[in-house]
Structures are given as structure tokens and as C-alpha cells.
Design a protein around this ligand. Structure first.
Ligand code: FAD
Length: 440
């Protein structure tokens, strides 16, 4: 068995792809059931509209704002309104309002979690304090900071697919995300993005200069340098794997603006994924990470209370999650997190890694398309939760591990659901390329 350690490139030769594909065939029905058919996992609470991009002045660069909309309309003026990128990006379905303050059950801040939760009140029932950000978090909590805690959005009604969001706005976000991978040697740590508006963001050119980019050019992927350590390469692989998964969904559910049909776009797959095996490898890497996190959570989930107010439904949801965790745990050992952050010389790196990943999650507020921002937030939160479980949890302990918020668990399962679906689509696309049978 070829274990996927963070240092290895997954290749067909070591059969890891097929190991993971077999595992995926086993987990997919369970994941589908959870994400599509349970209320707990089908809705996500987030602050989608009220946060501003903390890194640059988004009015100068965001798609979805006036400046970008002009470009979009110019590009798309020949097609009906309903097919335009702005329309495709919009959220669908009713949004449930977050319960008001009166309905929220406060928990005292100064007591450990296990004492705050009475017999009938468990973690998924408690609404988190606004500003409570655990230092062990790898992600900015979705309910962080804002007075309004956001709304519940249906993930089922808003599938991740082609939206037409592209151009400078999207490029700028991806660039900034990959820029977070530029770890600097000691002592000049934390030289990454600072969450403040850039003073000189009056034009896109300035923004790119600020990030050390020459200009907007879609050249090569920003690979980590050869001398970067295992943890830094893992960081890059997670981000690149997330990007690959988004690309897979764009190609799988692609809108042909000429015919007005939703299609499988094989050329899109070839260009974005097939011709870049390392991107595909990073996607499989992420699958390995996420399944390991779910398996590691098995014990924690046993005492987790699902809290929808409907006891029968909560019982079923719990059974389904436990089944997923059981299956993940029974599969191959997909990822060995114990090899990371072990070398004494890289101990500080963990803080750096964590704060950089938090920045990636903050960058989601710079995504100028509602649906993309929704899924960007879900997935960064999902990877953040997985990293927290991998690096901060001890699976032999119960009750002493860090708190896992409801939003984190929902994001983790949905992110695995997305990557699981990406693996499936890539297998189908790959089959089409290999056999010449284009009927995907
Ligand atoms: P991009 O995908 O924008 O890539 C830019 C550059 O990054 C490439 O030129 C390449 O050098 C590098 N790169 C590409 N893929 C990888 C990889 N896997 N690993 C490493 N480097 C890579 N669009 C939608 O239609 N639907 C969505 O749901 C959606 N969600 C998005 C979510 C986020 C967070 C962001 C930032 C963008 C999203 N987009 C979405 C836009 C989409 O990702 C692309 O930016 C857009 O389709 C334009 O694609 P592109 O071909 O210009 O290259």
C-alpha cells in the first residue's frame, strides 16, 4: 500500500489513485445522503454579504461590482440577461434568517465547554460567541466578528458549477491565495498578507505590484520552491487541490452560452486538469486529508449532539455521520499527519501555517460572485476544520479536544462531498479522454 505522505506526488504507479477511488466508491453514497438529504448538512450558516474584502479596495477590482459589471456586460451583451455571469452567480432558494438574539442560548465565556453544556444542550445547539476565535483554529470562523451572524443558505439549491466568474477579479484572488504559500525564512515570518486595505489599491496594477506580481498574466502555476519543507509543500497542495476541485465542477457543469445548455465540457477538463497531472494529484491529496480527518473524528462524533429540534431526524443524521466515519476509518490509512510539524526546527512553522490558512479563508470575502464565495467559504472552512482535527486532535481522547463548531462539521462533510464528486467527475472525464468516447 502506498501511503500518501505530504511529501509524495500521488501517481498511478503507486496505486494510490485506485485505492482512493475504491474508498470513494464506498463513501460517495453515504456522503450524498448526508449532504443532500439531511437538514443539518444541507444548510450552511455564513455571513455572505456583510463582510468587506479585508485586503484590497474591492471597488477597483471585484467582479460583481460596478466596474467589473461593465466589463461583463460588454462581453456578454449579445446574450439574454438570464445567461449572463452575474445572473449565473446569484444564489437561489429561500434563505432562512438566523435566529434572533432572544432565541440564542448564551453560554458563559469563562467555563470550559464541557461545563457550559448541560444535559440537553450540546455543542451543535449552542450558537457561538461572535468573537470567539480559538487560537487552534485554521480558519476564521464564519460567525466571527459581525453583529449580524449571517443567514442559513441551502447548499443543495446552490450547486457549485460554472458561473462565468473570471477575469481580473478571479485572477487576483487566486494570485493572493497562492501568494500565501510564499513562506519566508526565519526571522522574517508573517510576511504574508496583512488584513488591511491596501493604501495604493487605486488600480489593479498597484495591487499586483503590492503582491510582487509583474502584471496580470495567466502563466504557470506557482509551485513551491524545491527547498521548501514538507509542511510548505502540503500547504500548496491543499490550495491547489481546492482550485482543481473547483475547476472540475466548472467543467462538469458548464454553461454553453452559445447554445444555452448545461454541458460536460471535455476541453475545459483537458485544459484545466488533464494537462496538469500535478493539479489532479493535489486533488487526490486533499481527498486523503479529508477522509483521514473524518476517520479521526469517529470517537468525537459518538458524543456529538445533532440539534435540529427534531429528535427522530437528529438520530438519523447521527447514524449517517457515524456510518461515514466508520467507512472512512475502515478504509486505507490515507494520510499520516504525525510526520508533520515534528522537526524542532519547524515548530514555529505551525503558527505560520495556521495564520496563512486563516488568510486564505479571509480572502474568500474578496470573491466577487455570490455562489463562488459561498462555496469558497464552505471549502476553506472545511479544510480549516480538517487541519484542526489532524493537527490539534488526539483521537484517543474524548472531551479534551478543541471544540468543533457546527459550521466546521457541516463544512468538513460538504467539502469532502465536493472533493468526492470531483474525483468521480475526473474519472469519467479521464475515461472519455483515454477511450475517445466523448459521451461523458
Ligand atoms: P484560473 O482557474 O483562474 O487559474 C488562474 C491560474 O492559476 C492559472 O493560469 C494557473 O497558472 C493557476 N492554476 C490553475 N489551476 C491551478 C491548480 N489547480 N493548482 C495550481 N495552480 C493552478 N468560477 C465558476 O465558474 N464557478 C465557481 O464556483 C467558482 N468558484 C470560485 C471560487 C474561488 C475561491 C475563486 C477565486 C474563483 C472561483 N471561480 C469560479 C473562478 C474560477 O476558479 C476561475 O478563476 C475562472 O474560471 C477563470 O479560469 P482561468 O482559466 O482563467 O484560470
Amino acid at each position: 500500500q502506498c501511503a500518501i505522505d505530504p511529501d509524495s506526488i500521488v501517481t498511478d504507479a503507486c496505486t494510490s489513485y485506485s485505492d482512493l477511488e475504491r474508498l470513494n466508491a464506498d463513501l460517495a453514497p453515504s456522503l450524498d445522503d448526508l449532504t443532500q438529504k439531511t437538514d443539518f448538512f444541507a444548510y450552511y450558516r455564513l455571513n455572505l454579504y456583510n463582510k468587506v474584502c479585508p485586503f484590497w479596495n474591492d471597488e477597483s477590482s471585484m467582479c460583481g461590482n460596478r466596474a467589473c459589471a461593465v466589463e461583463t456586460i460588454e462581453d456578454e451583451s449579445d446574450i439574454p440577461l438570464i445567461w449572463r455571469a452575474e445572473e449565473l452567480s446569484k444564489l437561489e432558494g429561500a434563505r432562512a434568517k438566523h435566529p434572533g438574539l432572544a432565541q440564542q442560548r448564551e453560554r458563559p465565556k469563562d467555563r470550559p465547554l464541557q461545563y457550559q453544556l448541560g444535559a440537553n444542550v450540546d455543542e451543535s445547539c449552542v450558537l457561538e460567541d461572535d468573537d470567539e476565535c480559538d487560537q487552534r483554529d485554521y480558519c476564521v470562523p464564519e460567525d466571527e466578528g459581525a453583529a449580524a451572524k449571517g443567514d442559513y443558505v441551502s447548499l443543495v439549491n446552490n450547486t457549485e458549477r460554472y458561473t462565468g466568474y473570471s477575469g481580473l477579479g478571479a485572477k487576483q484572488v487566486w494570485d493572493a491565495i497562492y501568494k500565501e504559500n510564499c513562506f519566508t525564512p526565519q526571522p522574517a515570518r508573517h510576511a504574508s498578507l496583512k488584513p488591511k486595505p491596501l493604501q495604493a489599491a487605486a488600480s489593479l496594477k498597484n495591487v499586483f505590484q503590492e503582491y510582487g506580481r509583474q502584471h496580470v498574466d495567466n502563466s504557470d502555476d506557482q509551485y513551491p520552491l524545491d527547498d521548501e519543507c514538507l509542511e510548505q509543500r502540503a500547504f500548496y497542495r491543499i490550495v491547489s487541490g481546492m482550485h482543481a476541485s473547483i475547476s472540475a465542477h466548472i467543467c462538469w457543469d458548464y454553461f454553453n452560452q452559445t447554445t444555452g445548455e448545461w454541458v460536460r465540457n471535455l476541453d475545459c477538463y483537458k485544459e484545466r486538469l488533464h494537462q496538469h497531472p500535478e493539479r489532479v494529484s493535489n486533488l487526490y491529496f486533499n481527498y486523503a486529508i479529508l477522509t483521514r480527518a473524518i476517520a479521526k473524528l469517529r470517537r468525537h462524533l459518538e458524543s456529538y449532539t445533532f440539534c435540529s429540534g427534531d429528535t427522530a431526524q437528529d438520530f438519523q443524521t447521527k447514524q449517517k455521520v457515524l456510518e461515514l466515519a466508520d467507512r472512512a476509518a475502515a478504509g486505507p490509512h490515507t494520510f499520516d499527519e504525525s510526520v508533520m510539524f515534528q522537526d524542532p526546527s519547524v515548530m514555529d512553522l505551525k503558527d505560520d501555517f495556521r495564520s496563512r490558512f486563516r488568510n486564505v479563508s479571509r480572502l474568500m470575502d474578496c470573491v466577487g460572485c455570490d455562489k463562488c464565495r459561498l462555496w469558497g467559504k464552505v471549502q476553506t472552512a472545511g479544510y480549516g476544520a480538517a487541519l484542526k482535527v489532524l493537527f490539534e486532535y488526539d483521537e484517543t481522547k474524548n472531551g479534551e479536544n478543541p471544540h468543533l463548531r457546527r459550521t466546521e462539521l457541516v463544512a468538513l462533510v460538504n467539502t469532502l462531498g465536493r472533493v468526492s464528486h470531483s474525483l468521480d467527475t475526473i474519472q469519467k472525464f479521464r475515461h472519455a479522454v483515454n477511450t475517445g468516447d466523448m459521451s461523458v
